[in-house]
Ligand binder design. Structure first.
Ligand SMILES: C[S@@+](CC[C@H](N)C(=O)[O-])C[C@H]1O[C@@H](n2cnc3c(N)ncnc32)[C@H](O)[C@@H]1O
Length: 394
């Protein structure tokens, strides 16, 4: 699936010349073989692994697929046995840089990012996978997250989007050290892992803007509202430019379509989760989307969570819509609510603006987005270190 995604992302800017792809951690060579077979513009794939057994497997698999693979330079797949960083650093001279660098390790990609951002040519593509979701998308390992990525994650309904932003921040700061900046193309949260596709450019002037794309977020641990503190003059987090059943075409199409339509504004919300928190009825997706659109805000889906919405409206404005919804359509008697109930907190303020729930003409575009094609493997609610199965007593 990701090979095809990679080919889609790289094909367009490389019309004029044939490309070299460096897969730094190849294992069996499966992906390198697919790159070689499925992308017509490929001149050479460099397939590397640390383990002699993996290198032997790459050669065997290439032979089974009728692809010429050897340590020689002239082969379609050049096999290399060695450390991924050593190989990538050997390609950092401008003349030796490659068009695409693919980094797909076990767990975190952090140790490979510095080498990867230097091995790609100007305008080249870097594809990075991280499978350490408990570090990137929860607050169970803040010290690990900080040392690997220079940021600390959070527990929130939108933590998977936050994880993508933290990973992009890491790549951006690594590239900046070498006068390079990144252009995020597609950033995906899929099942238990994250996969980003960024183009890297050399332009020290642009590097100065990196700070304006970075912000710290403070998240309310109960209602999930967030407060943004930009580090630079303005904050434009840059994840969504384009940001079940494993490997099906339908899932891939659905996920990419939703990611492409996604608003770049940070963080999604899930209507049912807000209702659960405030113990109130959930407005239908149409009602909520219409109310947001009628108030002049933009709305999209998020690929990172089924049933979620992204909007340019503030969280406070979303709560106002809930207040209006309760007042207009689902009145709740205050005397029936306990003094300390979250619903009372919500209803203690009058909405600043009356929401208009009449169906907006654009509502279909948002709600009928290709989300139906996306098959999610939802993360269990109690997911995390505490949820690991307990060992049976001897
Ligand atoms: C997750 S697998 C790669 C899967 C592969 N990209 C694919 O799509 O099938 C990670 C591989 O990285 C290799 N590896 C681990 N550390 C490495 C290093 N420092 N340099 C090169 N390869 C390494 C392991 O031997 C393993 O085969």
């Amino acid at each position: 699936m990701l090979t095809i995604l990679g080919s889609a992302a790289i094909a367009e800017p490389y019309q004029s010349h044939k490309i070299t792809i460096l897969e730094a951690l190849s294992a069996t060579g499966l992906r390198s073989i697919r790159y070689a077979k499925e992308i017509p513009l490929v001149k050479q794939v460099i397939a590397n692994d640390l383990l002699p057994g993996a290198v032997a497997a790459i050669k065997r698999n290439a032979a089974w697929n009728d692809i010429d693979a050897s340590e020689e330079n002239i082969s379609m797949i050049r096999v290399n046995e060695g450390d991924a960083c050593t190989l990538m650093y050997s390609h950092r001279d401008e003349a030796k840089r490659v068009d695409v660098v693919d980094v797909d390790p076990y767990g975190t990609a952090a140790p490979f990012i510095d080498a990867a951002v230097q091995a790609a040519r100007d305008g080249g593509l870097i594809c990075i996978t991280c499978t350490d979701a408990p570090v990137l998308a929860t607050n169970y390992y803040p010290e690990k997250c900080f040392s690997n990525y220079g940021g600390v994650s959070m527990i929130s309904e939108y933590s998977h989007e936050a994880a993508l932003r933290i990973l992009l921040h890491t790549v951006s700061t690594s590239a900046a050290r070498y006068g390079r900046y990144i252009e995020p193309l597609v950033s995906l949260s899929i099942d238990f892992y994250f996969r980003i596709f960024v183009r890297v450019h050399t332009a020290p002037q642009e590097v100065k803007k990196a700070i304006t794309k970075t912000a710290a977020y403070y998240v309310c641990s109960s209602c999930q509202a967030w407060y943004e503190q930009p580090l630079g003059r303005s904050s434009k987090p840059n994840v969504g430019d384009s940001p079940g059943n494993y490997g099906t075409e339908a899932r891939m199409t659905g996920m990419l379509t939703v990611a492409q339509e996604e608003l770049p504004t940070p963080f999604y919300f899930t209507p049912s989760q807000i209702s659960a928190f405030f113990h109130c009825q959930t407005p239908s997706l149409n009602q909520l989307t219409s109310a947001l659109l009628n108030a002049g805000h933009s709305v999209s889906r998020s690929h990172a969570k089924a049933g979620s919405l992204k909007t340019t409206a503030s969280r406070a404005a979303v709560y106002d819509i809930y207040r209006s919804f309760i007042a207009k359509l689902h009145p709740v008697k205050m005397d029936k609510i306990g003094q300390r109930s979250p619903a009372r907190v919500l209803l203690s303020k009058a909405p600043k603006m009356e929401a208009d729930f009449t169906s907006h003409p654009d509502v279909e575009t948002v709600t009928a987005s290709k989300i139906g094609l996306v098959r999610y493997q939802p993360v269990p609610p109690n997911w995390g270190p505490g949820s690991r199965p307990k060992r049976k007593a001897e």
